[in-house]
Design a binder for this molecule. Structure first.
Ligand code: ADP
Ligand code: MG
Length: 265
């Protein structure tokens, strides 16, 4: 079986500005690969290219088929995306929004089936959203809304999940719920995850491979322990960090500059 995602020398320009330069990347079936990198490195652009949302040079194949040859409906059954800042349809209830995830299975002008509704109910339950099903999306808190975005993507039942910073608005408990759920779906089989993440320790805790993107180029890739190093992070983020090995993956701790001793008065 072909890998869910293969990129060969992928480049993207936005408004004439080159953003990605010759990116090669493979995401094997059942793996979780997370793209890290400084602000503006091109992480969201990379995910958008894989999701078929921006024009690119080079080659992208999903499950062996060139992305350009996948009809939109087939693509929607294979790939579900949670954008970094999704559009919130005004006035829409959570239930109807999550039901949008079932669109690729509903005939044009057709109605949702009992299977579609059951899939939506199950996802709402698992994401702790059942009590909010009737609420308008824009009335939710940032974290609740982020869970609704993820619920819509999971309801889609796709084999590849693209998550662009899926947990930035979540408190630590809901962050764990969401990432553990994604991880469980992956381990139960059938799901491959390509994500971007802001928090490096969290990124390393869930991904089995990290890729470091800087100025639109991949500069490092490998298991978290090989990418989350003081040397790579200080060089590419211009940050002072200490990396502590916790046994659960590397923990990246920012370090304040040494302060001079207070002068005695
Ligand atoms: P990241 O997700 O790593 O923070 P993005 O992929 O969002 O980075 O953006 C990468 C670069 O592309 C940034 O410098 C951003 O300003 C630029 N960019 C994003 N959208 C456009 C656009 N429509 N036109 C020109 N430049 C853009
Ligand atoms: Mg981004």
């Amino acid at each position: 079986m072909s890998d869910p995602v293969e990129l060969e020398r992928v480049s993207v320009a936005l408004d004439g500005q080159p953003i990605l330069h010759g990116v090669d990347l493979t995401v094997p079936e059942g793996s979780w690969v997370t793209v890290i990198g400084p602000n503006g490195a091109g992480k969201s652009t990379l995910l958008r290219a894989v999701g078929g949302l921006v024009a690119f040079g080079g080659a992208i194949r999903l499950f062996g088929t060139p992305l350009r040859r996948l009809p939109r409906r087939d693509r929607a059954r294979l790939v579900a995306t949670v954008a970094q800042d999704p559009v919130v349809p005004p006035g829409m209830a959570v239930l109807d929004y999550v039901l949008l995830g079932r669109t690729p299975y509903i005939a044009p002008l057709g109605r949702e089936s009992a299977t579609d509704l059951a899939a939506v109910d199950a996802v709402l339950e698992r994401l702790d959203l059942a009590g909010l099903a009737g609420r308008r999306l824009e009335s939710l808190s940032g974290g609740e809304r982020q869970r609704a975005f993820l619920a819509r993507a999971l309801a889609q039942g796709a084999s590849l999940l693209l998550l662009d910073e899926p947990t930035t608005a979540l408190d630590i408990g809901h962050q764990q719920d969401v990432l553990d759920l994604v991880d469980q779906l992956r381990r139960d089989g059938g799901l491959t995850v390509l994500s971007t993440m802001h928090d490096l320790s969290v990124a390393g805790g869930y991904a089995d491979r990290l890729v470091l993107l800087v100025d639109g180029r991949l500069v490092a890739a490998g298991p978290p322990r090989e990418v989350l190093t003081e040397q790579l992070l200080s060089e590419h983020y211009r940050a002072r960090v200490t990396v502590v090995d916790t046994g659960h993956g590397p923990l990246v701790v920012p370090v304040r500059p040494a302060r001079s001793a207070p002068t005695p008065s």
